[in-house]
Design a protein around this ligand. Structure first.
Ligand code: FES
Length: 104
């Protein structure tokens, strides 16, 4: 297990034990912090949108065009936006800091 530092929509920080065999979304969706993941990780809904801490952003795998296209259509898009379903969590990402994005 590796820690994920999650800030919810109320600004409250939580330390979550992440499972490295899951995506970031799968690690977050069963918590009550606002990751609905309606499409189940098919890169089709953006309800798994998170903001990644600037320090961590370059350490994540690059975005594919599908993810970029979906995110860029959101009014809540920011330069540090990512879809958590497109990020495979891994032990090397222990300490990853994300904030759950605002509802669209
Ligand atoms: S779960 Fe739908 S886009 Fe990530």
């Amino acid at each position: 297990m590796a820690l994920i530092k999650v800030t919810d929509r109320d600004g409250i920080e939580h330390d979550v034990e992440g499972n490295p065999s899951f995506t970031l979304m799968e690690n977050l969706r069963d918590l009550d912090y606002g990751v609905a993941a309606v499409c189940g990780g098919m890169c089709a809904c953006a309800t798994c949108h998170v903001y990644v801490d600037a320090e961590w952003l370059p350490r994540l795998p690059p975005m594919h065009s599908d993810e970029r296209d979906l995110l860029s259509d959101l009014s809540t898009f920011r330069p540090n936006s990512r879809l958590s379903c497109q990020i495979k969590f891994a032990a090397e990402l222990a300490g990853l800091k994300v904030r759950i994005a605002d509802d669209e």
